[in-house]
Design a protein around this ligand. Sequence first.
Ligand code: AMP
Length: 278
Amino acid sequence: VRVTRTIPDLRAALAPLRSGSLGLVPTMGAFHDGHLSLLAAARTRCDAVAVSIFVNPLQFEAADDLATYPRDLTRDLGLAEDAGADVAFAPSVEEMYPQGHATRVVPGRVARVFEGAARPGHFEGVCTVVAKLFNLVAPTVAFFGQKDAQQVTVIRSMVADLSFDVAVEVCPTVRERDGLARSSRNVLLDAAERARAPALYRALRAGRSVLDAGGSPEAAARAMSDVVEDEAGIQPDYAAAVSPEDFGAPRPGAPVLLIVAARIGRVRLIDNILWDRA
Ligand code: AMP
């Protein structure tokens, strides 16, 4: 993998790769199997693969969350190499946001509910960095994880609204054996917290059972909330059944996205599953 740290280096590394399709996997590093599944999908689908590794300060609203976010660039670059990535882009904050950088990409209403309500400014930071990466890399296909379902919806609407010429491909959520969705933040859980964390996935499955049995979205949301309270001993930040299109009320007969977020110890975890009648 060719490692680039600056924008001119990145552009030079990508120039010879532009004859075929180019996949981009945007990440914040601290790779786990979720990231690797995106890299594998990109390797399968595209002629060339670029991965970005950048802990984007614009999308963190809490200073301690940014300070404690796990980082291991050396390990990540080894894994990117093993995954067959052609180019890795690991810029400094100053490279991405030099003095005077002021322009922001402001997403619409879908970015202000649920995760957007819990983390004001988060999706603005995500859209700004992803728009910048799309301009720098000009990928044919960009790969994102279903794990961050609201991010997928926000990015899709940004791509449509700003006419980015990029296909968005969404890869399934990779989980631990006990159902916990892989996340870079999982390493911040202590043993007792780690034992409570699978409650989120069990809550989603409980919600799915309610919908399978013909229950309403509200009943599914209540069941999810109950499981988080019973099994993790905390109130979820939210537990809801929404439309994956806009995170509003589910449409009758259409797929339903079950979403849950909870803070376990210092770590805020999110998860979701898509429910389809079929
Ligand atoms: P992050 O480094 O956490 O910003 O994640 C980079 C990309 O990996 C995003 O598109 C995430 O949605 C995706 N991702 C994170 N966790 C998982 C997972 N458990 N399964 C699949 N994709 C994931």
